[in-house]
Design a protein around this ligand. Structure first.
Ligand code: ATP
Ligand code: MG
Length: 357
């Protein structure tokens, strides 16, 4: 990798934290106080994911006993399941500083070099959406992860000089929603890989109650379970629905989130009793009405729905598959009989027209 002398001076300037824009660029650092308050900061408050938690606790304790840094760690799983939160808890348990950045903000070689050169011994570097890291940044990371060095090439053509710079021992925590999009060589450099699982309704109900108590809201157990059931197995959505239900309780009821209040609040958001929102239902209806229930390719669905493929793949599709309403086949996506039943459409009369919207 070639960096001109001009760029080199920029890299050195980046050693000054005030000049670095890559670090802290992630929205997690600018999160509002609401987010900050409800984000669990230790393992006890991090509900669910019990097997990952148990393994991590042992890994952390072993690293502390040995006085070493933690192995590089990859966390993967759908959005909103707690990857960023877990990375912050790990940093706290290791008594380490955490630098948070995300792959799309690492554009130029100097961005990643600047970040690496600012690290101190034992720091944790968290790179969100790591599957979006460009090839050059990845190649700079390899020796940094393996040998804690950066290989710099300076000057132009004839006067090229290579120098190897040592950097402090650090731990990289990568997070991704798409482990499959990570290059093989990068994935192989992570010593620990954990996949976050979807949460059960009971775990989500606990999260809902915890959030409600932090926000000083009154909630009944059944109200919490109603919200949990409609949260797409995802804590971030559960927390959002707590907030909306609290608004509803305050304005339309006596301030307490009961089962009925939660149901009304969800209805007002067009979320049905199994947690499907308007887009989920529209996606199923489009496949049924325009493509005889499928199979149909994801690109076609995306165009018909006016959503981007990534959002469909990351957000809508996994939930519909989990619910048994959609199936992936080699020839495309297919709606299941259960989906017809849920939408009240006659499965035996598949081509019957339905008023879409
Ligand atoms: N295990 C948990 N217990 C309690 N709350 C949780 C848990 N996991 C996540 N949350 C809450 O859910 C929200 C989303 O979590 P987080 O930001 O860590 O998700 P993420 O996996 O990093 O999502 P993304 O892929 O979009 O970056 C946070 O507000 C956090 O408070
Ligand atoms: Mg995150």
């Amino acid at each position: 990798m070639i960096i001109s002398d001009d760029n080199k001076s920029k890299i050195i300037k980046q050693k000054n934290p005030e000049l670095n824009t890559s670090i802290n660029a992630n929205s997690d650092f600018q999160e509002d106080s609401y987010e900050k308050n409800i984000r669990p900061m230790d393992f006890d408050n991090y509900i669910g994911q019990s097997s990952i938690k148990e393994t991590l606790k042992i890994t952390i304790e072993a690293a502390k006993k040995r006085g070493t840094t933690l192995d590089h760690l990859l966390l993967y799983g759908p959005p909103g399941l707690g990857k960023t939160t877990l990375a912050q808890i790990i940093a706290k348990e290791m008594n380490a500083n955490i630098k948070i950045t995300s792959a799309p903000s690492i554009e130029k070689p100097r961005d990643i070099i600047g970040i690496l050169m600012q690290l101190k011994d034992g720091d944790i570097l968290f790179i969100d959406e790591i599957h979006r890291l460009n090839k050059i940044a990845e190649e700079i990371l390899y020796p940094a992860m393996e040998d804690y060095v950066i290989d710099l090439t300076t000057g132009k053509s004839q006067s090229v000089k290579t120098m190897r710079i040592k950097i402090p021992k650090f731990t990289l925590i990568g997070a991704t929603t798409k482990a499959g999009s990570l290059s093989g060589p990068l994935r192989d450099r992570f010593g620990i890989i954990h996949r976050l699982e979807y949460y059960t309704n009971e775990e989500l109900a606990q999260i809902v109650k915890r959030t409600a108590s932090i926000l000083d809201l009154k909630i009944e157990d059944e109200g919490a379970l109603t919200i949990a059931t409609c949260s797409r197995y995802t804590p971030r959505i559960a927390n959002r629905l707590v907030k909306r239900s609290a608004d509803w309780a305050l304005v339309k009821a006596d301030g307490i989130i009961t089962k009925d209040v939660a149901k009304e609040a969800l209805k007002s958001l067009d979320i049905d009793e199994i947690g499907l929102d308007t887009t989920d239902r529209n996606m199923l209806k489009i496949i049924i009405n325009s493509f005889s229930g499928g199979p149909v390719g994801i690109e076609t669905i995306a165009v018909a729905l006016g959503e981007d493929i990534q959002t469909i793949e990351d957000v809508y599709e996994p939930f519909l598959i989990q619910k048994g309403l959609l199936a992936r086949t080699p020839r495309g996506r297919k709606v299941t009989r259960l989906a017809y039943e849920h939408l009240g459409i006659n499965f035996n009369n598949k081509n019957s027209q339905l008023n879409l919207f």
